[in-house]
Design a protein around this ligand. Sequence first.
Ligand SMILES: [Cu+2]
Ligand SMILES: [Zn+2]
Length: 198
Amino acid sequence: MIRSTLIRSSSMRILAKSNLLALSAAVLWAFGTSAFAAADKSHDHPHGDFKEAVCVLVPTKDRQCSGTLVLTQKEGYVQVSGEVSGIKPGEHGFHIHMYGDLRSSDGSSAGGHFNPEGHPHGGPDSKEHHEGDLGNIKANGMGVAKVDIKAMGLDLHHVLGRAIVVHADKDDFKDIKSAGPRIGVGVIGLAEVKEMKK
Ligand SMILES: [Cu+2]
Ligand SMILES: [Zn+2]
């Protein structure tokens, strides 16, 4: 009788101990999962949860094109806003190119249009187009273009470190050469956001 009580109490102690173990294992698992999820998220977005980038355009050799563009990540698109000046009145091809490499004086080191899915060149409303095909910007008589473009489906994280290029002529959305030479180039870089807009 005494013996069986002893056995029971010690087995209960073991039971209690194993419950505690199970509980701490569960806590550890939950903690580990959330920590893992957080790590995973930062893996998806290596630059953190930034929403804004900036691109300062500088002229290529013997051109006068300049400007500043702000790129903001919105739900399902990137808003591109700003002003470009020093260009002839009328329309100018406006694209995101592959590389944020401005080492060549004619802008050629920025590479081709950003086109990760191998689509043909087009306009932003074409059925198929390069991801970097932002269309045309239109300069007024003073050679100033206001830019207000919704780049649908674009992910800001995919274009950071690439270039925005302004061309001398209008992009006809068919022939990639229609837009002519590159007259302004800038690198899309992280912008300092003074206030957290959430
Ligand atoms: Cu271009
Ligand atoms: Zn294109």
